[in-house]
Design a protein around this ligand. Structure first.
Ligand SMILES: Nc1ncnc2c1ncn2[C@@H]1O[C@H](COP(=O)(O)OP(=O)(O)OP(=O)(O)O)[C@@H](O)[C@H]1O
Ligand code: NI
Length: 311
Protein backbone atom coordinates (compact mmCIF):
# COMPACT_ATOMS: atom_id res chain seq x y z
CA UNK A 1 0.00 0.00 0.00
CA UNK A 2 1.16 3.50 -0.79
CA UNK A 3 1.41 5.52 2.43
CA UNK A 4 2.96 8.67 1.02
CA UNK A 5 2.91 9.94 -2.56
CA UNK A 6 5.08 12.95 -3.24
CA UNK A 7 4.61 14.53 -6.65
CA UNK A 8 6.67 17.28 -8.30
CA UNK A 9 7.60 18.83 -4.96
CA UNK A 10 9.75 21.96 -5.20
CA UNK A 11 10.92 24.11 -2.32
CA UNK A 12 12.69 27.42 -2.65
CA UNK A 13 13.58 30.47 -0.62
CA UNK A 14 13.54 34.05 -1.78
CA UNK A 15 16.83 35.68 -0.98
CA UNK A 16 17.47 39.39 -0.90
CA UNK A 17 20.87 40.38 -2.07
CA UNK A 18 22.15 43.92 -2.00
CA UNK A 19 18.96 45.47 -0.67
CA UNK A 20 16.19 45.09 -3.20
CA UNK A 21 17.65 42.57 -5.60
CA UNK A 22 16.01 39.15 -5.19
CA UNK A 23 16.98 35.69 -6.17
CA UNK A 24 15.27 32.35 -5.88
CA UNK A 25 17.26 29.72 -4.01
CA UNK A 26 15.89 26.33 -5.11
CA UNK A 27 16.62 23.63 -2.58
CA UNK A 28 14.28 20.83 -3.75
CA UNK A 29 13.40 20.56 -7.44
CA UNK A 30 10.58 18.50 -8.95
CA UNK A 31 10.83 15.68 -6.42
CA UNK A 32 8.59 12.66 -7.00
CA UNK A 33 8.67 9.55 -4.82
CA UNK A 34 6.38 7.07 -3.03
CA UNK A 35 6.69 5.41 0.34
CA UNK A 36 5.04 2.03 0.87
CA UNK A 37 4.28 0.06 4.01
CA UNK A 38 6.82 -2.63 4.97
CA UNK A 39 9.52 -0.59 3.25
CA UNK A 40 12.44 1.65 4.10
CA UNK A 41 13.25 4.20 1.44
CA UNK A 42 16.58 5.89 2.09
CA UNK A 43 17.04 9.44 0.87
CA UNK A 44 20.76 9.83 0.33
CA UNK A 45 22.34 13.20 -0.28
CA UNK A 46 25.24 15.41 0.73
CA UNK A 47 24.95 17.85 3.60
CA UNK A 48 22.76 20.79 2.65
CA UNK A 49 21.08 18.93 -0.23
CA UNK A 50 17.55 19.60 1.08
CA UNK A 51 16.88 16.36 2.94
CA UNK A 52 15.60 17.82 6.19
CA UNK A 53 13.41 20.27 4.27
CA UNK A 54 11.81 17.29 2.53
CA UNK A 55 11.03 15.78 5.94
CA UNK A 56 9.63 19.08 7.16
CA UNK A 57 7.49 19.48 4.03
CA UNK A 58 5.86 16.10 4.68
CA UNK A 59 5.18 16.97 8.31
CA UNK A 60 4.03 20.50 7.55
CA UNK A 61 6.70 22.21 9.63
CA UNK A 62 8.59 24.15 6.96
CA UNK A 63 9.79 27.64 7.85
CA UNK A 64 7.36 30.45 6.98
CA UNK A 65 9.58 31.87 4.25
CA UNK A 66 9.67 28.65 2.19
CA UNK A 67 7.93 28.66 -1.21
CA UNK A 68 6.43 25.25 -1.94
CA UNK A 69 4.78 23.69 -4.99
CA UNK A 70 3.69 20.15 -5.81
CA UNK A 71 1.54 17.71 -3.86
CA UNK A 72 1.96 15.23 -1.04
CA UNK A 73 -0.69 12.59 -0.38
CA UNK A 74 -1.08 10.37 2.66
CA UNK A 75 -3.15 7.27 1.90
CA UNK A 76 -4.45 8.94 -1.27
CA UNK A 77 -5.58 12.07 0.56
CA UNK A 78 -3.85 15.31 -0.27
CA UNK A 79 -2.07 16.81 2.72
CA UNK A 80 -3.24 20.23 3.84
CA UNK A 81 -1.88 22.13 6.85
CA UNK A 82 -4.95 21.05 8.87
CA UNK A 83 -4.55 17.39 7.95
CA UNK A 84 -0.80 17.54 8.59
CA UNK A 85 -1.42 18.86 12.07
CA UNK A 86 -3.91 16.08 12.72
CA UNK A 87 -1.55 13.33 11.51
CA UNK A 88 1.71 14.69 12.90
CA UNK A 89 3.11 12.66 15.77
CA UNK A 90 0.26 10.19 15.39
CA UNK A 91 -0.04 8.54 11.95
CA UNK A 92 3.13 10.19 10.65
CA UNK A 93 5.96 10.57 13.12
CA UNK A 94 9.36 12.22 12.97
CA UNK A 95 12.54 10.87 14.48
CA UNK A 96 14.32 14.21 14.45
CA UNK A 97 17.86 14.86 13.29
CA UNK A 98 19.00 16.50 16.46
CA UNK A 99 18.52 15.84 20.15
CA UNK A 100 18.07 19.60 20.37
CA UNK A 101 14.44 18.79 19.55
CA UNK A 102 14.15 17.73 23.18
CA UNK A 103 13.09 20.48 25.54
CA UNK A 104 15.99 20.94 27.98
CA UNK A 105 13.66 22.03 30.79
CA UNK A 106 11.29 19.06 30.72
CA UNK A 107 11.70 15.59 32.14
CA UNK A 108 12.00 12.94 29.45
CA UNK A 109 8.72 11.15 30.18
CA UNK A 110 6.72 14.37 30.22
CA UNK A 111 7.86 15.48 26.82
CA UNK A 112 7.45 11.97 25.45
CA UNK A 113 3.72 11.94 26.15
CA UNK A 114 3.14 15.65 25.58
CA UNK A 115 0.49 17.67 27.36
CA UNK A 116 -2.57 15.58 28.26
CA UNK A 117 -5.27 17.22 30.36
CA UNK A 118 -7.38 14.20 31.27
CA UNK A 119 -5.78 12.39 34.23
CA UNK A 120 -6.96 8.91 33.21
CA UNK A 121 -5.75 9.36 29.68
CA UNK A 122 -2.43 10.64 30.97
CA UNK A 123 -2.05 7.56 33.16
CA UNK A 124 -2.73 5.25 30.21
CA UNK A 125 -0.23 7.12 28.05
CA UNK A 126 2.45 6.96 30.75
CA UNK A 127 1.93 3.20 30.96
CA UNK A 128 2.38 2.95 27.21
CA UNK A 129 5.44 5.19 27.37
CA UNK A 130 7.03 3.00 30.06
CA UNK A 131 6.41 -0.14 27.99
CA UNK A 132 8.01 1.30 24.86
CA UNK A 133 10.95 2.81 26.76
CA UNK A 134 11.49 -0.54 28.46
CA UNK A 135 11.61 -2.25 25.10
CA UNK A 136 14.42 0.07 24.08
CA UNK A 137 16.33 -0.57 27.28
CA UNK A 138 15.48 2.74 28.94
CA UNK A 139 14.97 2.16 32.68
CA UNK A 140 12.51 3.99 34.93
CA UNK A 141 15.36 6.21 36.04
CA UNK A 142 15.47 7.65 32.51
CA UNK A 143 11.83 8.78 32.77
CA UNK A 144 12.82 11.27 35.44
CA UNK A 145 15.91 12.58 33.69
CA UNK A 146 16.39 15.87 31.87
CA UNK A 147 17.85 15.75 28.34
CA UNK A 148 21.31 16.94 29.44
CA UNK A 149 21.63 13.85 31.65
CA UNK A 150 21.26 11.45 28.70
CA UNK A 151 24.21 9.94 26.85
CA UNK A 152 24.17 10.25 23.04
CA UNK A 153 22.98 6.67 22.60
CA UNK A 154 20.25 7.06 25.23
CA UNK A 155 19.05 10.32 23.67
CA UNK A 156 18.67 8.59 20.27
CA UNK A 157 16.65 5.82 21.98
CA UNK A 158 14.46 8.43 23.66
CA UNK A 159 13.80 10.10 20.29
CA UNK A 160 12.92 6.78 18.64
CA UNK A 161 10.67 5.62 21.50
CA UNK A 162 8.93 8.98 21.65
CA UNK A 163 8.20 8.80 17.91
CA UNK A 164 6.52 5.43 18.45
CA UNK A 165 4.15 6.38 21.27
CA UNK A 166 1.10 6.80 19.04
CA UNK A 167 1.85 3.75 16.87
CA UNK A 168 2.51 5.62 13.59
CA UNK A 169 2.37 3.69 10.33
CA UNK A 170 4.66 6.18 8.61
CA UNK A 171 7.98 7.31 10.06
CA UNK A 172 10.34 9.98 8.82
CA UNK A 173 13.78 9.31 10.33
CA UNK A 174 16.07 12.31 9.79
CA UNK A 175 19.71 11.20 10.25
CA UNK A 176 18.95 8.87 13.16
CA UNK A 177 22.57 7.75 13.60
CA UNK A 178 24.86 10.80 13.78
CA UNK A 179 27.72 10.75 16.24
CA UNK A 180 27.03 7.20 17.39
CA UNK A 181 29.72 4.54 17.59
CA UNK A 182 29.48 1.65 15.16
CA UNK A 183 27.70 -0.68 17.56
CA UNK A 184 25.07 1.95 18.41
CA UNK A 185 24.58 2.66 14.69
CA UNK A 186 24.01 -1.02 13.97
CA UNK A 187 21.61 -1.29 16.89
CA UNK A 188 19.64 1.71 15.65
CA UNK A 189 19.50 0.19 12.17
CA UNK A 190 18.21 -3.08 13.66
CA UNK A 191 15.51 -1.10 15.48
CA UNK A 192 14.44 0.62 12.26
CA UNK A 193 14.33 -2.66 10.33
CA UNK A 194 12.23 -4.24 13.09
CA UNK A 195 9.72 -1.40 12.75
CA UNK A 196 9.59 -1.98 9.02
CA UNK A 197 9.06 -5.72 9.52
CA UNK A 198 6.10 -4.82 11.72
CA UNK A 199 4.58 -2.93 8.79
CA UNK A 200 5.83 0.62 9.06
CA UNK A 201 6.74 2.62 5.94
CA UNK A 202 9.84 4.71 6.53
CA UNK A 203 11.72 7.52 4.89
CA UNK A 204 15.27 7.25 6.16
CA UNK A 205 17.21 10.43 5.59
CA UNK A 206 20.97 10.09 5.62
CA UNK A 207 24.18 11.37 4.11
CA UNK A 208 25.89 8.10 4.97
CA UNK A 209 25.80 5.63 2.12
CA UNK A 210 26.75 2.69 4.35
CA UNK A 211 23.78 3.36 6.65
CA UNK A 212 21.53 3.58 3.59
CA UNK A 213 22.85 0.28 2.24
CA UNK A 214 22.52 -1.54 5.56
CA UNK A 215 19.05 -0.29 6.45
CA UNK A 216 17.00 0.35 3.32
CA UNK A 217 15.12 -1.49 0.61
CA UNK A 218 15.38 1.32 -1.92
CA UNK A 219 17.66 4.34 -2.18
CA UNK A 220 16.70 7.71 -3.65
CA UNK A 221 19.85 9.66 -4.49
CA UNK A 222 19.63 13.43 -4.27
CA UNK A 223 22.01 15.76 -6.04
CA UNK A 224 21.58 19.52 -5.67
CA UNK A 225 17.94 19.06 -4.69
CA UNK A 226 17.11 16.78 -7.63
CA UNK A 227 16.35 13.08 -7.22
CA UNK A 228 18.67 11.67 -9.85
CA UNK A 229 17.90 7.99 -9.27
CA UNK A 230 15.69 5.70 -7.19
CA UNK A 231 17.12 2.21 -7.20
CA UNK A 232 16.83 -1.04 -5.26
CA UNK A 233 19.40 -1.16 -2.45
CA UNK A 234 20.58 -4.58 -3.60
CA UNK A 235 21.99 -2.93 -6.72
CA UNK A 236 24.56 -1.27 -4.46
CA UNK A 237 25.65 -4.70 -3.26
CA UNK A 238 26.06 -6.20 -6.71
CA UNK A 239 27.17 -3.00 -8.44
CA UNK A 240 24.73 -3.81 -11.24
CA UNK A 241 21.93 -1.71 -12.72
CA UNK A 242 23.18 1.58 -11.32
CA UNK A 243 22.09 3.87 -14.12
CA UNK A 244 23.04 7.45 -13.28
CA UNK A 245 26.72 8.42 -13.67
CA UNK A 246 26.63 10.07 -10.20
CA UNK A 247 25.17 6.90 -8.62
CA UNK A 248 27.91 4.94 -10.32
CA UNK A 249 30.52 7.34 -8.96
CA UNK A 250 29.07 6.90 -5.45
CA UNK A 251 29.33 3.15 -5.83
CA UNK A 252 32.90 3.31 -7.09
CA UNK A 253 33.79 5.51 -4.14
CA UNK A 254 32.72 2.88 -1.58
CA UNK A 255 35.65 1.67 0.55
CA UNK A 256 35.43 -1.90 -0.80
CA UNK A 257 35.71 -0.55 -4.32
CA UNK A 258 38.91 1.24 -3.39
CA UNK A 259 37.55 4.77 -3.82
CA UNK A 260 38.18 4.49 -7.56
CA UNK A 261 36.61 7.79 -8.50
CA UNK A 262 36.46 11.14 -6.87
CA UNK A 263 33.05 12.71 -6.78
CA UNK A 264 34.12 15.97 -8.28
CA UNK A 265 33.25 19.43 -7.19
CA UNK A 266 29.68 19.81 -5.90
CA UNK A 267 28.35 23.15 -6.98
CA UNK A 268 26.45 25.09 -4.35
CA UNK A 269 22.79 26.06 -4.49
CA UNK A 270 23.47 29.48 -5.89
CA UNK A 271 24.96 27.91 -9.01
CA UNK A 272 22.64 25.03 -9.94
CA UNK A 273 23.28 24.40 -13.64
CA UNK A 274 20.31 25.12 -15.88
CA UNK A 275 20.45 21.68 -17.50
CA UNK A 276 21.15 18.39 -15.74
CA UNK A 277 22.31 19.18 -12.19
CA UNK A 278 25.26 16.79 -12.62
CA UNK A 279 26.41 17.89 -16.07
CA UNK A 280 29.50 19.78 -14.90
CA UNK A 281 30.98 16.60 -13.45
CA UNK A 282 29.61 14.17 -16.02
CA UNK A 283 31.91 12.49 -18.53
CA UNK A 284 28.98 11.63 -20.81
CA UNK A 285 27.36 15.04 -21.16
CA UNK A 286 25.98 16.25 -24.44
CA UNK A 287 24.35 19.45 -25.61
CA UNK A 288 20.92 18.60 -24.16
CA UNK A 289 22.42 17.83 -20.73
CA UNK A 290 23.76 21.37 -20.62
CA UNK A 291 20.49 23.01 -21.66
CA UNK A 292 17.48 21.10 -20.27
CA UNK A 293 17.14 19.13 -17.04
CA UNK A 294 16.15 15.53 -17.82
CA UNK A 295 12.93 14.11 -16.30
CA UNK A 296 12.80 11.23 -13.85
CA UNK A 297 11.98 8.20 -15.98
CA UNK A 298 11.29 4.53 -15.37
CA UNK A 299 13.93 2.15 -16.74
CA UNK A 300 13.12 -1.43 -15.67
CA UNK A 301 12.96 -1.40 -11.84
CA UNK A 302 14.75 1.91 -11.54
CA UNK A 303 13.76 5.55 -11.91
CA UNK A 304 16.51 7.71 -13.32
CA UNK A 305 16.93 11.33 -14.38
CA UNK A 306 19.46 11.08 -17.18
CA UNK A 307 19.58 11.32 -20.98
CA UNK A 308 22.30 8.70 -21.16
CA UNK A 309 21.66 6.09 -18.46
CA UNK A 310 24.49 3.57 -18.09
CA UNK A 311 24.40 -0.17 -19.00
N1 LIG B 1 14.71 29.04 6.43
C1 LIG B 1 15.64 28.98 5.45
N2 LIG B 1 15.93 30.06 4.68
C2 LIG B 1 16.86 29.99 3.70
N3 LIG B 1 17.54 28.87 3.38
C3 LIG B 1 17.30 27.75 4.10
C4 LIG B 1 16.35 27.74 5.17
N4 LIG B 1 16.31 26.49 5.70
C5 LIG B 1 17.22 25.76 5.00
N5 LIG B 1 17.81 26.51 4.03
C6 LIG B 1 18.83 26.05 3.07
O1 LIG B 1 18.33 24.93 2.37
C7 LIG B 1 19.37 23.98 2.12
C8 LIG B 1 18.92 22.60 2.51
O2 LIG B 1 18.78 22.49 3.92
P1 LIG B 1 18.49 21.10 4.66
O3 LIG B 1 18.52 21.35 6.12
O4 LIG B 1 17.24 20.47 4.12
O5 LIG B 1 19.75 20.21 4.22
P2 LIG B 1 20.09 18.70 4.63
O6 LIG B 1 20.21 17.92 3.37
O7 LIG B 1 19.12 18.21 5.64
O8 LIG B 1 21.54 18.87 5.26
P3 LIG B 1 22.24 18.11 6.50
O9 LIG B 1 22.77 16.81 5.96
O10 LIG B 1 23.35 19.04 6.87
O11 LIG B 1 21.23 17.94 7.59
C9 LIG B 1 20.58 24.45 2.90
O12 LIG B 1 21.50 24.99 1.97
C10 LIG B 1 20.06 25.52 3.82
O13 LIG B 1 21.01 26.54 3.96
NI1 NI C 1 19.30 17.67 7.58
Amino acid sequence: MKLLEIKNLSISFTQYIKGLEQRELKVISDLTMDIHDHEILAVLGASGSGKSLLAHAILGILPENANVSGTIKYKHQELTPTLQEKLRGKNISLIPQSVNYLNPLMKVKEQAIGYIEDENQKKLMLEKQRKIFEKYGLSEKVDEMYPFQLSGGMARKVLISTALLNSPDTIIADEPTPGLDEEAVNETIRDLIELKNNGVGMLLITHDILTAIKASDKIAIIYLGYVIEITKTENFLTGKNLLHPYTRALYDALPENEFKLTLGHQPSYTEIPKGCPYNENCPYKTEECINTPPKLEQVNDTQVRCYHPLN
